[in-house]
Design a protein around this ligand. Structure first.
Ligand code: ADP
Ligand code: GN1
Ligand code: MG
Length: 360
């Protein structure tokens, strides 16, 4: 980022920035200024091609959340993202070279985890995502643009993946035939959630759509999950996307790019902790049909993301940030390993959800 000082001046801040966080999409910087701490982000315009629309969504969601938090007697500065305006009163600073930057207040005395260290931590994260979902229950979905259409449409993701295999523009497909075969042979799971939505069996809600553990801020002192961040993909979706994505990331025993696949599996105690927190918060709104699909949802999102990673590898690594050449391939392999592992643990996951719903 060459002109960082100039960008910061646009937000009335005179200080330096350092790269921060572990996101795969935007460039995030931490700013420590005399007036306080801030998060500056360069928006990835290859992924979000209409930054103005994106920021309209975020502003609406964040201010709706802030009102809900105030009604509950909470502190919006700690419990939701709050945007910092530029000196011109805008949510975005555009640079001459076409970059778009936004700024948030840094939520002080918080930490993010790249992996859950204890089931209770993951339980706390589930509660935060559940609360997030509940707070948005009355948010008018038609006020939101569909920022990335078909984001969790696994059927569409399958079609995109198949196209990447057919085109094979980098000539990489020959080297990953077992992974391609794995994805193609699991086609039967692609329409479980989308089909249920299409048939009207489960509702569309306003959902977060990117419920990785590192999109939650934990209070440094209490270890409670207090603030859900990364609002870029808040859109109409299924509650099962949020549950499934949370599970496929946080219940996994290893990092998303672990090379040793014997280390990668779904931890059932973490599955149970997340399901418990989610159901405790959403018990009043979740439907029977949604509950019945909770066990399979992690597998579906892992499958979908595995195809996205492998598709990106085949397309030349143009979507997700990578730090070494075959990282997207390693990421795809971990997701597919989780798919197989969750397949073999499906009846246990069903038993856990049954047990938890009987208790409530
Ligand atoms: P990306 O879209 O690239 O994933 P995020 O918006 O998730 O970027 O931000 C990256 C990381 O920065 C988060 O995982 C979190 O650790 C941290 N972060 C983001 N916003 C804040 C904030 N307002 N206060 C404190 N930390 C934040
Ligand atoms: C991306 O931005 P980040 O790192 O929180 C991606 C998610 C994936 C995730 C995989 C907009 O999330 O969909 O599940 O990587 N976000 C977007 O780690 O595509
Ligand atoms: Mg993130």
């Amino acid at each position: 980022m060459s002109n960082v000082k100039d960008i910061l001046k646009r937000f009335n801040i005179d200080n330096a920035a350092r790269a921060y966080g572990d996101g795969h999409i935007n460039d995030t910087y931490l700013i420590e200024a005399s007036s306080g701490k801030y998060i500056l982000q360069k928006i990835n315009t290859a992924v979000f091609n209409n930054p103005y629309e994106l920021m309209r969504n975020i502003e609406r969601v964040a201010s709706f959340m802030a009102e809900e938090i105030k009604k509950e007697g909470g502190d919006p500065r700690r419990e939701t993202l709050m945007l910092v305006k530029t000196a011109d009163g805008e949510n975005l600073a555009r640079t001459e070279d076409g970059g778009f930057y936004r700024m948030y207040y840094f939520v002080e005395d918080t930490v993010t985890y790249q992996a859950a260290e204890r089931p209770e931590q993951f339980y706390n994260a589930a509660k935060a995502f559940g609360v997030f979902q509940k707070r948005l229950a009355e948010f008018p979905a038609d006020m939101l643009s569909e920022i990335i259409p078909d984001f969790h449409n696994t059927v569409k993701r399958f079609a995109d993946f198949s196209e990447a295999v057919d085109k094979d523009i980098m000539g990489r497909a020959g080297g990953v035939l077992p992974e391609i075969e794995f994805a193609l042979s699991r086609e039967n799971i692609k329409n479980i959630i989308t089909g249920a939505i299409d048939r009207g069996e489960i509702p569309l809600r306003v959902t977060h759509n990117d419920t990785k553990l590192n999109n939650v801020l934990f209070d440094k002192k209490t270890d409670e999950a207090i603030c859900v961040v990364d609002l870029d993909t808040v859109m109409p979706g299924s509650l099962l996307y949020d549950f499934g994505d949370g599970i496929r990331y946080g219940a996994s025993s290893a990092a998303e790019d672990e090379k040793d696949l014997t280390k990668v599996f779904c931890r059932l105690d973490y599955f149970e902790a997340f399901a418990k927190g989610f159901l405790e918060e959403l018990g009043g709104v979740i439907t029977e049909k949604e509950i019945s699909l909770m066990p399979v949802s992690g597998q579906i999102i892992a499958y979908e993301l595995g195809m996205r990673f492998l598709g990106d590898y085949l397309n030349g690594d143009v979507y997700f940030k990578t730090h070494y050449p075959a990282q997207n391939l390693d990421r795809a392999r971990t997701q597919f390993k989780l798919v197989s592992d969750m397949e073999s643990k499906m009846s246990e996951m069903k038993d856990i959800v049954n047990r938890l719903t009987k208790q409530n």
